[in-house]
Design a protein around this ligand. Structure first.
Ligand code: SAH
Ligand code: SF4
Length: 367
């Protein structure tokens, strides 16, 4: 059965006409699917019953099944050293084939950033990343990527006002492809999902509010720069090949010089910058020399730096640096005129922070 979720308007129009109906019905369908998030044809009351029957005989609109919702800051999830209450929410989805993926809703004032997954697991095996430890299972389809945004939006509208707060109008405002997987290794489905999320006929989240994060695959970065104009984040994590290759095996294939070359060619809209993500790991990449070297290799690039203190997880072999090491690293960059912020890791108590996404079943299997 053809899934209507994840299709472009033209493709839906073709299906509509092949079922013998007028092309404009496609517009109505798009509204139901993306604007209203409806997946049951019976609810599409402005379509004739006859047409709805023909649709449901040969097509479907898939929906992600949310298996578990965990919210950070709730008593049961707090450890003694983590008394932060931030209401970060992790949604665990079960896919049709039984695989599981996670998305995370990160609140910030009225803003709600959704961190979405692009693959089940990841093939790149970065040594500090929990998803990397799972290994690669499979790519997600565009429907599964977009499905995360629709499901998270529904979740927000359902909890609205539940606790007496005035959350009217709170919606997913920003999207980051920073969940499980390497988006640029699932290029076609990720670009399709991006188009659906950012288009007026789709989920209507402005391109300005969407960022794709990559471990750094130069050809794919160049291709993305030609195809679309998407905000890019690059997980640099080390300023020299030796250190980087030791924590990010992909660096052996695409060394820093090639990566930086690709970034230099990436087209940027006015006032936009590439985000450089840098996970600070105690004793590995957090020295003053590393900070100076980092500023050297990014010179000439329009960037901002996000410093992410390493988030430990069960079985991880690294440590988070002391806060003064983190501040020193940041201060060196700022002194060298680099815009550097330290990212607060939200949701640490529920394993929803960066690099802590992996479904438990898989991790256990691998270890
Ligand atoms: N594969 C893409 C998208 C995933 S983003 C990428 O690597 O960019 C995941 C982000 O979390 C990356 O910036 C990664 O460097 C960071 N990360 C991974 N493990 C982490 C950990 N344990 N602590 C903090 N950040 C981590
Ligand atoms: Fe994959 Fe990104 Fe994790 Fe590296 S950091 S293993 S590329 S998800």
């Amino acid at each position: 059965m053809k899934d209507l979720l994840g299709l472009y308007p033209q493709e839906i129009t073709e299906i509509v006409t092949s079922l013998g109906d007028k092309p404009f019905r496609a517009r109505q369908l798009l509204k139901w699917i993306y604007l209203k998030g409806v997946s049951d044809f019976d609810e599409m009351t402005d379509l004739s019953i006859d047409f709805r029957e023909r649709l449901s005989a040969s097509t479907k609109i898939s929906k992600l099944v949310c298996e578990k919702i965990t919210t950070s800051g709730r008593e049961e999830n707090l450890h003694n050293d983590e008394k932060e209450s931030d209401e970060t929410t992790k949604l665990l989805f079960r896919l049709d084939d039984g695989e599981r993926i996670e998305s995370v809703i990160i609140p910030d004032g009225k803003k709600r950033t959704l961190c979405i997954s692009s693959q089940v697991g990841c093939a790149l095996g970065c040594t500090f990343c929990m998803t990397g430890k799972m290994g690669f299972v499979r790519d997600l389809t565009a429907a599964e990527i977009v499905g995360q945004v629709i499901a998270a939006g529904k979740y927000l509208s359902e909890i609205k006002g539940e606790d007496g707060s005035d959350d009217e109008g709170i919606k997913i405002s920003n999207i980051v492809f920073m969940g499980m997987g390497e988006p640029l290794l699932n290029y076609d489905e990720v670009v399709r999902a991006y188009d659906i999320i950012s288009s007026g006929w789709g989920l209507e989240i402005s391109w300005r509010k969407i960022t794709i994060s990559t471990a750094g695959i130069p050809d794919a970065i160049l291709r993305l720069g030609r195809d679309r104009n998407i905000n890019l984040a690059v997980s640099l994590n080390a300023p020299d090949d030796e250190t980087r290759s030791s924590i990010m095996p992909i660096n052996k294939k695409y060394p820093l010089r090639e990566l930086i070359e690709a970034l230099k060619k990436y087209p940027l809209k006015r006032r936009s910058r590439i985000t450089i993500e840098y996970v600070l790991i105690n004793g590995i990449n957090d020295s003053q020399d590393h900070a100076h070297e980092l500023s050297r290799i990014v010179s000439g690039l329009k960037i901002k730096v996000n410093l992410i203190p390493f988030n430990p997880y069960p079985g991880s072999e690294y440590e988070r640096p002391n806060p003064d090491i983190v501040s020193r690293f940041q201060a060196i960059l700022i002194k060298l005129n680099i815009n550097a912020i330290v990212r607060k890791s939200k949701g640490r108590d529920i394993s929803a922070a960066c690099g802590q996404l992996a479904t438990e079943k898989k991790i256990r299997k691998g270890h």
